[in-house]
Design a protein around this ligand. Structure first.
Ligand code: BES
Ligand code: ZN
Ligand code: ZN
Length: 474
């Protein structure tokens, strides 16, 4: 990843590619026949003269324009220009001074692509964005500069965790992830604590240990602390599933698309990104990020169906399917959050179930929460950042499905309503603390990328949560 230079100015400097946002129905530049460009959202038209290129990007009808319209349009335009070999671009935001932040965010998110490890990196990756100019009127320069700076911070951190997220299982083990978190935390005002296998055993993290046992790459618990708020204000705990690879374990998965399970760590990546960005932005909040990390493998010492596991707070789990592993490592981490930090709320992110993808598809994450206020806060934040969430039930009814004869609970119920039963499973360890579970299985990565962003890890949850925190989480 390269570092991008952003300038807020009143006129372009040099000869960047100019990006013009076009409202449907406004006058086309002279010489453009109307049938060539209608200004629909995402439509583009490239104009060239001797010295530079201008890319028109459609926003659709004026009444429907919102933050995400500009974010997507800027992303689509940048992706388009990068494919043409462009390196320097100018966003003409004179008509949209209030959407400088979203447009810059969209541009930076679109400029990220996982480089990979091919022999010829130049062939492997398209051009990277070097210089981004933001054009606004004189009296908007200060306002636009603040927006651009914050957007750059948030989008750069999002791309950073996408880049870690895109590493395959052999290159990103739990131990390597822990090292990376420690390094990144050191560069900022973050305290990072790591539990190795030995420490996990000493302290009774039976869930993380059980899931990690089948792998030669031992598990870790990563805890990041950020204190930006008043000393006495209880923190908000953010918990993220980071299974660096999920084979399913002894209840092994079918082979098709199993490679995608390298992205089973994206809940943890969301938490890492939120903590890093909160520190960079110096948000006035107290946050604890907890990232339980394990590789779910069917090695000789693997946990098995039928096993009964004792988690950190003494609750027990009857394992009926070793592929429902995320909830087991989350149980320990959520219990640790509750017992050690007494947080005002626990928000948990996980690629937990295939069932949520069946229910909601790829555009919306499942939002399961015990608090109406938290529900409203996340829905509102999602509308602004474009990371949509949809409320799903988590009430006691779903507990019946996971009742066990030999343990506190069993780790799978039936197929019916299983995204909800899974949510009610993880909720158990939060006890009375207001709890949010975001099932991001459908939104954490994409293999069919839309026009405004590349495929692979999306970083879903990072911008969503930062927006919710800035708006003031209840
Ligand atoms: N990581 C998977 C969930 C998943 C599946 C995410 C597909 C994204 C795409 C999780 O650990 C899992 O395997 N869940 C099982 C649970 C089942 C065994 C009850 C599932 O959803 O099939
Ligand atoms: Zn699994
Ligand atoms: Zn999993």
């Amino acid at each position: 990843m390269s570092s991008l230079k952003i300038d807020v100015r009143t006129a372009p400097q040099g000869t960047p590619d100019l990006i013009t946002f076009f409202v449907k129905g406004s006058a086309l530049p002279a010489g453009v026949p109307p049938e060539e460009f209608d200004g629909a959202p995402g439509s583009t038209l490239l104009l060239r003269d001797k010295t530079h290129r201008t890319l028109l990007i459609g926003l659709g009808a004026k009444e429907k324009i919102e933050a995400d319209t500009l974010r997507r349009a800027a992303g689509t335009a940048i992706k388009h220009l990068l494919k043409l070999g462009g390196k320097d671009a100018a966003l003409d935001l004179v008509p949209f001074p209030d959407y400088v932040g979203p447009a810059v965010e969209g541009a930076i998110l679109a400029s990220y692509k996982f480089d990979g490890f091919g022999k010829d990196p130049a062939k492997n990756s398209r051009g990277t964005l070097r210089d981004l100019q933001v054009l606004v009127s004189e009296h908007e320069v200060t306002n636009a500069s603040v927006q651009a700076r914050d957007a750059q911070t948030v989008a750069t951190v999002t791309n950073l965790v996408r880049d870690i997220g895109n590493l395959p299982g052999n290159m990103l083990t739990p131990a390597i992830l822990a090292e990376k978190a420690q390094e990144l935390g050191k560069e900022r005002e973050l305290t990072v604590k790591i539990w190795t296998e030995r420490h996990l055993a000493r302290d009774g993290f039976g869930g993380i240990l059980a899931v990690g046992k089948g792998s030669a790459n031992p598990p870790r618990l990563i805890v990041l602390e950020y204190h930006g708020g008043a000393k006495k204000t209880p923190p908000i705990a953010l918990v993220g599933k980071a299974v660096t690879f999920d084979t399913g374990g002894i209840s092994i998965k079918p082979g098709a698309q199993m490679d995608e399970m390298k992205w089973d760590k994206m809940g943890g990546m969301a938490v890492l990104g939120i903590l890093l960005a909160a520190a960079d932005l110096k948000l006035p909040v107290n946050l604890i990020g907890l990232i339980p990390s394990a590789e779910n493998m069917p090695g000789p010492d693997a946990y098995r169906p039928g096993d009964i596991i004792t988690t950190l707070d003494g609750k027990t789990i009857e394992v009926l399917n070793t592929d429902a592993e995320g909830r087991i490592i989350l149980a320990d981490a959520i219990a640790h959050a509750r017992l050690t930090y007494k947080p005002s709320a626990i928000v948990e992110y996980s690629t937990l179930t295939g069932a949520v993808v069946m229910a909601l598809g790829y555009r919306r994450a499942g939002l399961f929460t015990t608090s109406e206020k938290l529900r409203d806060a996340f829905i509102a934040a999602g509308k602004i950042t474009g990371e949509l969430v949809w409320p799903m039930p988590i009430d006691e009814e779903y507990r019946e499905a996971i009742a066990s004869d030999v343990a506190t609970v069993k780790n799978i119920g039936g197929r019916e309503g299983s995204a909800c039963a899974s949510a009610s499973f993880v909720k158990l360890w939060a006890e009375e603390i207001p709890f949010v579970h975001l099932d991001i299985a459908g939104t954490a990565w994409t293999t069919k990328p839309p026009a405004h962003v590349e495929g692979g890890a999306s970083g879903f949850g990072v911008r969503l949560t930062l927006q919710a925190l800035r708006a003031g989480l209840p």
